[in-house]
Design a protein around this ligand. Structure first.
Ligand code: XMP
Length: 511
C-alpha cells in the first residue's frame, strides 16, 4: 500500500467530519487538522491534496479563521468548500461579498466550463448551497466553472495550479453527485490510487505495533466489552500475542450475561490472556448509601482506577497501555474552529499520571470504520455492533440508591427488551436501547390480588454521536411484546412505561 494522504483543514464547519468520511469511503486516507496548523507541519505529512473545509464565520470578520497562505505555494491540488472557497478567493486576490442571510437550500447549477472537477456530471448539477458569503469576482487566473440563479460564482477553478473551489457542499446527501465530485478531485486531479481499505489498515497497523513494542516489553489493555476496546485489544493481540494482557474489571454493573460473553470471546475464541477481576462486591459496598448520580459516578471512577492499578501491579513491569480512543475524541479536543463542545465522560478512564506509554491503534478511525475492522478480525457481531454502554453501567440506570435486588430486576427486564429488539430486526436501527429502574412502585393487579411493585421505563434513541438524540418510534407490537414479557417474566415489576423525550432537553441516560 502506498502511504497516501489527503489533509482537510478544518475551519469549524458542521460538515468537516462528513468530508473526511466521504473521502475515506473512496478509499483515500485523510486527516483533519485545525486551521492553526503550520505549513511546515503540513509539509512534513506530505499530503497529495488539501481540502479547505466549510466554516461558521464570514471571511470578512476580524477573527475569521484562516490558514497560512503559504499553503498555496505547496504545489498540491486544493479543493475549497464553501468557507474554504471564500477564503481561497480572498487569499488569492478575488472579491468576496458578505451576505446578510445564511441559509442552505438545494438548487440547480449550470456548469460553465469544462473542468476535471465536474467531468462526467452533465450540464446541470443539483447541489446543497449555502447562502453565506459569496465570491463576486474570482481571483486572477481562475475561471467560473458553475453558476446558479442567485450565485453567479458557484464554483471556480484555476486548473493550471489545480485549485478548485465550490460554494456548495459535495459531502452532504443533498448534493446527489457529491461523491463523484470528490472522486474527480481525488483521482483525476490529485492522482490518488485509492487503496486505503480495512485490510490495508489492519496490515499497516500490525506492522506499526510490532515496530514499536520490543520483544521483552509488556502491554496491558483495559477490556470493557465495548466495541472500541475490544477491537483495539484484538488488533494488538494479533500483532504481539501474549505480550498483551487484558484486564477486565467486572464491577457487577454490567448487563445480563455480558461478563461471561466477554470472557468466552476473548479467552476461548481469540486465545487471549484476560484477567477477569470480579470486583462486584467491592463496588457494591463502596456504593452503599450513595443516591446522587455524580456521587455514584465518582465512586465508580475512583474504584475502577484502584482495582485496575492493583491488578496491573500484579503483572509486573508494564511498558504500554492500549486504549480504544477513536478519531472523534481527538478531533473534538484539538480543533479550535470546531463548534461541537463535548464534555468527555471519563468514568472508567485512567489517571493521567500512569507511567505507561499509550498505544491507540484506532485513534484515526471513525466508529463505523472501527466496526469494519472488528468484522474483518472476526469479532462476534454482538460485540462489534453493541450499543454504547456507559462506564458506570447499570449504576446510573437504577435511579437513586443501588441494591443487588434492584440490579437483578433491571438486568432481567433489560435482557428481555434487547432480545425483543433483536428479534424484530431493529437493533442496528437504534443508537441505544435499555431499561431504567426508577425508584417508583405503583399499584397493580395480578389474578385477584393487588400488587405494589416497581415500574420499568424503556428508553430507546436514535442518534449520530450521542450529543443529540430522538426517541425511537417503535412499532407498537414490539412495545407490546416487551411490556407483556417484562410484567409476566420479571418478578416485582407490574408496570412498563416508554420514555418519549428527545435530547435535548432530556439526556439519553436518566442519571
Ligand atoms: P447522556 O446521558 O449524557 O449520554 O445523553 C450521552 C452518551 O454518553 C453515555 N454516558 C456515559 N458514558 N460514562 C460513560 O462512559 C458516563 O458517566 C456516562 N454518562 C452517559 C450515554 O450512555 C450515551 O451514550
Amino acid at each position: 500500500m502506498t502511504k497516501e494522504l489527503a489533509v482537510i483543514i478544518d475551519f469549524g464547519g458542521p460538515y468537516t467530519q462528513l468530508i473526511a468520511r466521504r473521502i475515506r469511503e473512496l478509499k483515500v486516507y485523510c486527516e483533519i487538522l485545525p486551521y492553526t496548523v503550520s505549513v511546515t507541519q503540513i509539509q512534513n505529512l506530505q499530503p497529495q491534496a488539501l481540502i479547505l473545509s466549510g466554516g461558521v464565520k464570514s471571511v470578512s470578520e476580524p477573527e475569521a479563521p484562516a490558514v497560512d497562505t503559504a499553503v498555496y505555494q505547496l504545489g498540491v491540488p486544493i479543493l475549497g468548500i464553501c468557507y474554504g472557497m471564500q477564503l481561497m478567493a480572498r487569499d488569492l486576490g478575488g472579491v468576496v461579498k458578505a451576505a446578510e442571510r445564511r441559509e442552505y437550500e438545494q438548487t440547480q447549477l449550470v456548469v460553465q466550463a469544462e473542468n476535471d472537477l465536474f467531468a462526467g456530471l452533465g450540464k446541470e448539477i443539483t447541489v446543497w448551497l449555502g447562502h453565506g458569503d459569496v465570491v463576486v469576482q474570482p481571483p486572477p487566473g481562475f475561471t467560473i466553472t458553475a453558476a446558479g440563479p442567485e450565485t453567479p460564482v458557484a464554483a471556480m477553478a484555476d486548473s493550471a495550479q489545480r485549485f478548485y473551489a465550490v460554494q456548495f457542499h459535495p459531502e452532504v446527501e443533498n448534493t446527489p453527485q457529491g461523491s463523484e465530485i470528490l472522486e474527480n478531485f481525488l483521482f483525476k486531479t490529485a492522482g490518488f490510487a485509492g487503496d486505503w481499505t480495512t485490510e490495508a489498515f489492519i496490515d499497516s497497523t500490525l506492522q506499526d505495533i510490532r515496530a514499536v513494542v520490543g520483544e521483552n516489553e509488556q502491554v496491558v489493555c483495559g477490556l470493557s466489552g465495548g466495541v472500541d476496546s475490544s477491537v483495539a485489544a484484538v488488533l494488538v493481540h494479533k500483532a504481539i500475542g501474549d505480550r498483551l494482557t487484558c484486564i477486565f474489571v467486572d464491577h457487577g454493573l454490567l448487563r445480563k450475561d455480558e461478563a461471561r460473553q466477554v470472557m468466552e470471546t476473548f479467552t476461548k475464541k481469540f486465545n487471549m490472556k484476560v484477567i477477569h477481576v470480579d470486583a462486584a462486591a467491592e463496588f457494591l459496598s463502596k456504593l452503599q448509601g450513595a443516591a446522587e448520580p455524580e456521587q455514584k459516578r465518582k465512586i465508580i471512577g475512583a474504584e475502577f482506577i484502584r482495582v485496575f492499578e492493583r491488578e496491573a501491579a500484579k503483572i509486573g513491569k508494564i511498558d504500554y497501555l492500549v486504549q480504544g480512543t477513536v478519531y472523534p475524541d481527538i478531533i473534538e479536543s484539538g480543533t479550535p474552529g470546531g463548534t461541537v463542545i463535548k464534555s468527555h465522560h471519563n468514568v472508567g478512564g485512567l489517571p493521567e499520571d500512569l507511567k505507561f506509554k499509550l498505544i491507540e491503534p484506532l485513534s484515526h478511525l471513525f466508529k463505523d470504520e472501527v466496526r469494519r475492522v472488528g468484522e474483518a478480525l472476526h469479532i462476534p457481531e454482538e460485540i462489534v455492533w453493541r450499543h454504547p454502554f456507559p462506564g458506570p453501567g447499570l449504576a446510573i440506570r437504577v435511579l437513586g440508591e443501588i441494591t443487588e435486588d434492584k440490579l437483578a430486576i433491571l438486568r432481567e427486564a433489560d435482557a428481555i427488551m434487547v432480545e425483543e429488539i433483536k428479534k424484530a430486526g431493529l437493533y442496528r436501527k437504534i443508537w441505544q436501547a435499555f431499561c431504567v429502574l426508577p425508584n417508583i412502585r405503583s399499584v397493580g393487579v395480578l389474578g385477584d390480588k393487588r400488587t405494589y411493585a416497581y415500574t420499568i421505563a424503556l428508553r430507546a434513541v436514535t442518534s449520530h454521536d450521542g450529543m443529540t438524540a430522538d426517541w425511537y418510534r417503535f412499532p407498537h407490537e414490539v412495545l407490546a411484546r416487551i411490556s407483556n414479557r417484562i410484567v409476566n417474566e420479571v418478578p416485582h415489576v407490574n408496570r412498563v412505561v416508554f420514555d418519549i423525550t428527545a435530547k435535548p432537553p432530556s439526556t439519553i441516560e436518566w442519571e
